[in-house]
Ligand binder design. Structure first.
Ligand code: ADP
Length: 261
């Protein structure tokens, strides 16, 4: 594995590495894997008349780092849940890693989610009392990786996110920023096609938030595709692409060549 050291993290290159898990768990051949996420006319209406996502079209290609922004209630989380295969749209097409997810039965959808999607949440979602090493190894559950190998991969990934000295620490023994880095390692350990992060810095002070953001930037520089919901204007403005939502629709999805460091 090639490693690049840039800042405090050692981030492995992912683009050309073989996948940990085969596509055979998911039926059907991928259509165009360079397009990691593709939404065509996607709608999610809730019973009672709320249309949280309303006819959205969006393509995210391999290696992109996209900020999803918009006022509260504009549909950002619903969109993330849909592309994260935690929810199904009421209309439209969602392709993940080239698979038309509407055509997949629940079991295949779960396999695709386990293999292709890494989630990071504002609240970290680390179980109390569970060591960082085990929390990250759990990120490989349902991916077909043998148990002993899961531990090795978890240790490697914790080193990558700068937590090589914290393998046996439990959440209450870690700072907020360190907890979020454990959560990122848990998402990253399976080398997902995309990391989906919902306000990953929302619970952190500004110094910890900057460290987490720097880690995400380095992962992106090493080839990881990342979609992040953020309320933080500074973060959004520093990312190469911003998708703005309002009332369930995408109002702009600009792409910038220049990236502020
Ligand atoms: P955001 O993440 O931008 O704050 P959400 O995706 O959480 O927006 O919500 C979009 C809209 O969908 C809001 O009006 C919200 O109240 C509504 N909504 C979200 N989840 C549900 C649900 N489970 N049932 C009904 N309405 C919901």
């Amino acid at each position: 594995m090639t490693g690049v050291r840039k800042g405090p993290f050692v981030v492995s290159r992912q683009r050309d590495e073989p996948r940990l898990c085969s596509h055979s768990e998911v039926e059907g051949a991928p259509l165009n894997a360079a397009e990691v996420l593709q939404l065509v006319d996607v709608t999610r209406a809730y019973p009672g008349g709320v249309t949280a996502v309303d006819g959205v079209g969006l393509t995210v290609r391999q290696g992109e780092f996209v900020a999803v922004v918009g006022p509260s209630g504009s549909g950002k989380s619903t969109l993330l849940h849909l592309v994260g295969l935690l929810d199904r749209p009421t209309a439209g097409t969602i392709r993940v890693a080239g698979y038309d997810t509407g055509a997949l039965p629940d079991r295949s959808l779960a396999a695709l989610r386990a293999r292709a999607i890494g989630f990071v949440f504002q609240q970290f979602h680390l179980a109390p009392g569970v060591r960082a090493l085990d929390a990250v190894a759990d990120g490989l559950l349902y991916t077909g990786v043998a148990r002993a190998r899961r531990r090795d991969r978890a240790a490697e990934t914790l080193h990558q996110v700068g937590l090589g000295e914290r393998l046996t620490h439990r959440p209450h023994e870690l700072s907020g920023g360190e907890r979020q880095r454990v959560a990122i390692a848990r998402a990253l350990v399976k080398r997902p096609d995309v990391i989906l992060a919902d306000e990953p810095t929302g619970n952190l002070d500004s110094a910890a938030a900057e460290t987490v953001l720097e880690l995400l930037r380095e992962l992106h520089a090493a080839g990881t595709t990342i979609v992040v919901i953020t309320h933080d204007r500074g973060i959004a403005d520093s990312l190469p692409r911003r998708v703005r939502m309002r009332d369930g629709r995408i109002v702009s999805a600009d792409q910038r060549r220049e990236v502020n460091p």
